[in-house]
Design a protein around this ligand. Structure first.
Ligand code: URA
Length: 251
């Protein structure tokens, strides 16, 4: 019999926690393969591009023309009513070469004003979560939303708005082809998987076209419910394990 290795330990831990089981689409074999797969090397760092005339930094993808043309297409999109009320279309932040992708709900007021996702209070918390995971937000993650234009009054996107915008997000996922996706809250869980119940499903691996997906709480929810941060951190640590990363020791 072979000696148990670190992957066995991780899988055992996830099983004990109930994080892999009958109602998740990620089985043990896929997970073992995922943990064992070598992490792709990040591309060499390219200097961040200058801002455009509106002060909006373009997506960090000087070498990925499809990404830029998709952004241009989204910028003039009027497929749903949100096109009429937006200040800026909010395409993505970070790098399209990232191995770790986060998907949120949709832009709020700060994001609408700047054209950059997750820059308000929830965004600050997300940045801290990413740093705690030992990732660099700009160069090692890609952050996008279910809808690219702000739903007025910060309401959730409506079904028709999400349906109109999803092809753009799906294309973004194809282009980024991340090693892992983290879903932030109930809205991406609903529109990417047609699943309800973030409380029950957080921390359980799902599969999106072969990409492992970890649903967790939205940072805005964590701001309102600080005790839930413990669970979210456990979810993010399961993601870190895929990359072989450990939290930095506290100073
Ligand atoms: N909340 C989201 O889901 N997305 C953002 O970009 C900002 C806040």
């Amino acid at each position: 019999m072979r000696k148990p290795d670190i992957f066995d330990e991780i899988i055992q831990c996830l099983k004990t926690d109930g994080r892999i089981g009958a109602d998740t689409s990620m089985n043990e074999e896929t997970l073992r393969d995922l943990y064992a797969r070598p992490v792709r090397k990040a591309p060499a760092r390219v200097p961040a591009p200058a801002q455009n005339a509106q002060g909006v930094p373009p997506a960090y993808a000087p070498d990925l023309p499809e990404w830029e043309s998709l952004r241009t297409e989204c910028a003039s999109c009027m497929k749903c009513g949100l096109g009429k009320t937006r200040t800026n279309m909010v395409f993505a932040d970070g790098s399209p070469h990232a191995e770790l992708m986060f998907i949120g709900e949709g832009p709020g007021a700060d994001e609408d004003a700047t054209g950059v996702p997750f820059v308000g209070r929830a965004g600050e918390l997300l940045s801290r979560m990413i740093a705690a995971m030992t990732f660099d937000r700009k160069t090692e993650t890609c952050i996008a939303n279910i809808v690219k234009c702000r739903p007025p009054g910060n309401r959730n996107p409506a079904d028709d708005e999400a349906a109109a915008c999803m092809p753009y997000l799906k294309r973004q996922i194809e282009l980024v082809n991340p090693k892992v996706i983290v879903l932030l809250g109930a809205v991406p869980l609903l529109y990417l998987f047609n699943l309800k119940g973030i409380m029950r499903l957080r921390g359980r691996w799902l599969d999106y076209n072969g990409i492992p997906v970890m649903p967790t709480y939205h940072p805005a929810f964590l701001l309102r419910n600080p005790p839930a941060k413990k669970d979210a951190w456990a979810d993010l640590q399961a993601v870190m394990a895929v990359f072989g990363r450990k939290p930095a020791p506290r100073r």
